[in-house]
Design a protein around this ligand. Structure first.
Ligand SMILES: Nc1ncnc2c1ncn2[C@@H]1O[C@H](COP(=O)(O)OP(=O)(O)OP(=O)(O)O)[C@@H](O)[C@H]1O
Ligand SMILES: [Mg+2]
Length: 337
């Protein structure tokens, strides 16, 4: 696992990520079940691996099962194993993932896709700490730490009756929510540098991004989050002829994003104008620009803006609390670092 600083297992200095980093280290020392939520590509698996890596179980296996990738009828035997002849095709006995992960951690990815009948069996395993192979009479005890992840809203699934409430509460003893990348834009330059370093090495290149190119990456909304960013960096490294990537070399959907985005352009509507709001929008825009130039370094950004570092931090805090009040407005919120 890469890091920007020795205290972090992932790239990111946004306050939200610092909190997650601290949380991961704290829960790693326990055996508590962790439920990691977040949009696709936000780093759920990375966090799951970190919980294992920092735990006393690190020398035992980390076993990952993608519940969405395995057909329902096979998932039970995949998880719990089966005895010979348990069902048609069960020619030999098989050990399940729970037993393979014994002493270590089992990562149940896309847990929201698990059928309700299997959810019941999983709950029993979590409570009794023993598994029964398909077709077996006797259970065997297992010592496994379970880490689950989903990009679904499990509480809503519970509401709909698609996910069992008892299992939901059993899983989310420690909930960790990964914010989308657009809610922590100040991490974008750091991630870009991280992936440039890693992928330049892989392809034997020395590609950099022109500062204008970074503007587009900062403004883009990243529906596929960090994975999308990583793929884009790989794409420009592979396709670029020059050492410095200019905006023209970005995919058109990234380039056209800024122009489609509503830029603050205050005018009188119905003969009125909220001056304070207009000024704040404009100020936010300049702060974003300074942070971008400063590669998200708050001290350097404050110097560019000719304000005190503490003043800038206060402004960023104010923006963040405004963003928390409006949960849907999660874009463009760089933070104090
Ligand atoms: N903070 C980060 N620092 C460095 N790399 C990251 C970070 N977050 C995610 N990545 C990288 O982005 C990619 C996607 O991360 P990951 O597979 O953990 O996401 P995910 O949330 O499990 O996605 P999905 O829901 O699509 O399975 C991986 O290559 C991972 O290493
Ligand atoms: Mg994943």
């Amino acid at each position: 696992m890469q890091s920007t600083s020795s205290s972090s297992f992932f790239v990111g200095e946004h306050l939200l990520m610092q909190k997650i980093n601290a949380m991961v280290r704290r829960v790693a020392t326990t055996d508590a079940t962790v439920l990691i939520t977040g949009e696709s590509g936000t780093g759920k698996e990375l966090v799951a691996r970190a919980v294992h890596t920092y735990s006393p179980r690190a020398s035992c296996p980390f076993v990952a099962v993608n519940c969405a990738a395995i057909p329902e009828e096979l998932l039970e035997s995949e998880l719990f194993g089966h005895v010979r002849g348990a069902f048609t095709g069960a020619l030999a006995a098989r050990v399940g993932m729970f037993q393979l992960a014994d002493g270590g951690s089992l990562f149940l990815d896309e847990i929201g896709e698990m059928s309700v009948s299997l959810q019941v069996k999983l709950l029993r395993v979590l409570q009794d700490r023993e598994v029964r192979r398909v077709g077996a009479d006797q259970p065997v005890s297992v010592n496994v730490r379970v880490i689950a992840a989903t990009n679904k809203d499990l509480a809503a699934e519970v509401e709909k009756g698609a996910f069992r409430e008892d299992l939901f509460y059993r899983l989310q003893v420690i909930p960790i929510h990964l914010p989308p990348l657009r809610a922590r834009r100040s991490d974008i330059p750091l991630l870009v540098q991280h992936f440039l370093g890693k992928l330049n090495l892989k392809y034997g290149r020395t590609i950099e991004l022109a500062p204008e190119t970074m503007v587009y990456l900062w403004e883009y909304d990243w529906p596929g989050n960090v994975r999308e960013l990583e793929n884009l960096v790989e794409r420009v490294i592979v396709l670029s002829d020059d050492d410095v990537v200019v905006p023209d070399e970005l995919p058109s959907y990234v380039r056209s994003f800024i122009s489609e985005k509503k830029l603050p352009n205050p005018t009188l509507s119905n003969g009125e104008l909220d001056l304070q709001q207009a000024v704040e929008q404009f100020e936010n825009r300049l702060i974003d620009e300074a942070l971008r130039h400063a590669n998200s370094n708050i001290t350097a950004a404050a110097r560019i803006l000719k304000v005190n570092r503490t003043t800038l931090i206060a402004k960023l805090r104010r923006r963040r609390s405004a963003a928390t009040l409006l949960p849907r407005e999660d874009s463009g919120d760089p933070q104090a670092g």
